[in-house]
Design a protein around this ligand. Structure first.
Ligand code: FES
Length: 322
């Protein structure tokens, strides 16, 4: 017998794969939402950054779901207790938890929709199914809230139980998006390189204002020369693995070509999401005509690194520091 979760996984996969139109529509909707965010300029991006979770360093949506799912799940416990014990206080607690869940579902949904706007192409269909089930669950909880406010407690209980069933399916699918389809997790390469100074390129091969990707033990590094300074950050975008060397450069930052995350070239920090994880960055110097890099290490190198990640051509000051 096929386990229940495997049956559900198969059904969702079949649905998404058998209906290419649904997949394409999901991608189009995601793109439209992102266009709408970008159309509002810097303020639109700043709001989206908060909803992505840029300021907290990882996605906000899963944190908010804890409040919503926790409230609704706990309401079931109080509901059952109120029926068993005929307890008005438990019933009131259940009603309030349903309301809290509905209220918290609003920012939770906004964060989820914002993440969906920049979802990986191969996960858009599953993300859309997740959103649709959530919407239906929210509808049932909203109906439950209404019924409870009119003292129709039993029908309110039935609606919230239906909502809870849907929410459970959707929460499972949310886990599938993260752990199976790797949405919201870091896409940085796992290994680390350049623990010590490592030559990566003849100095003359790096043109000014032209991003260049080099490989160090198959690890991608983006080099960029501006004036007499050279920056180096990991070239594989932390959001979904996009090639930063193909991105656009502006004001000392690189914008990823896939979903437009913006990273500071000096220290790799996230200027704009959807990325929430910063890019590893490297000190650079030029020795004997070779550009050398060394990984910036927390606690060992100074921060901010304006004086070290970008530097004068001779590299002497950095050689001394090393
Ligand atoms: S891969 Fe998504 S922003 Fe870079």
């Amino acid at each position: 017998m096929v386990p229940l979760q495997q049956q559900f996984r198969n059904q969702v996969n079949e649905f998404v794969e058998n209906y290419p139109g649904f997949r394409q529509t999901s991608k189009d909707v995601a793109r439209s939402i992102q266009d709408a965010i970008f159309a509002r300029g810097e303020s639109g991006r700043n709001v989206a950054d908060v909803l992505h979770g840029k300021q907290i360093g990882h996605p906000l949506h899963p944190i908010l779901t804890d409040i919503t799912i926790g409230s609704w799940s706990l309401s079931l416990v109080f509901d059952i207790w109120s029926f068993l014990m005929r307890s008005p206080s438990s019933r009131k607690a259940a009603d309030r938890l349903i309301t809290l869940g509905v209220l918290s579902a609003v920012p939770t949904a906004l964060a989820g929709i914002t993440d969906f706007s920049a979802i990986k192409q191969d996960a858009a269909g599953h993300g859309a199914v997740h959103g649709m089930i959530n919407t239906l669950a929210l509808f049932f909880f909203w109906r439950s809230m209404k019924h409870r406010s009119r003292n129709y407690h039993f029908s309110g209980f039935l609606f919230s139980t239906l909502g809870l069933g849907l929410m459970t399916l959707s929460a499972w699918l949310g886990g599938e998006l993260v752990y199976e389809r790797r949405v919201g997790v870091s896409h940085l390469p796992e290994k680390q390189v350049a623990d010590d100074w490592t030559p990566v390129l003849p100095d003359t091969d790096l043109m000014p204002n032209t991003p260049l990707r080099v490989e160090v033990d198959e690890y991608p590094i983006l080099l960029y020369r501006r004036g007499n300074k050279i920056s180096a950050i990991t070239a594989q975008c932390s959001h979904a693995g996009g090639p930063l060397e193909k991105g656009s450069i502006k004001d000392g930052c690189v914008q990823c070509p896939w979903h437009q995350s913006v990273f500071d070239l000096t220290d790799g920090h996230v200027v704009h999401g959807p990325a929430t994880y910063e890019q590893p960055h490297y000190l650079t110097r030029v020795v004997d005509g070779q550009i050398e890099i060394r990984r910036w290490r927390l606690g060992m190198d100074e921060y901010p690194i304006e004086n070290s990640a970008v530097h004068s051509q001779n590299g002497q000051a950095l050689a001394d520091q090393a």
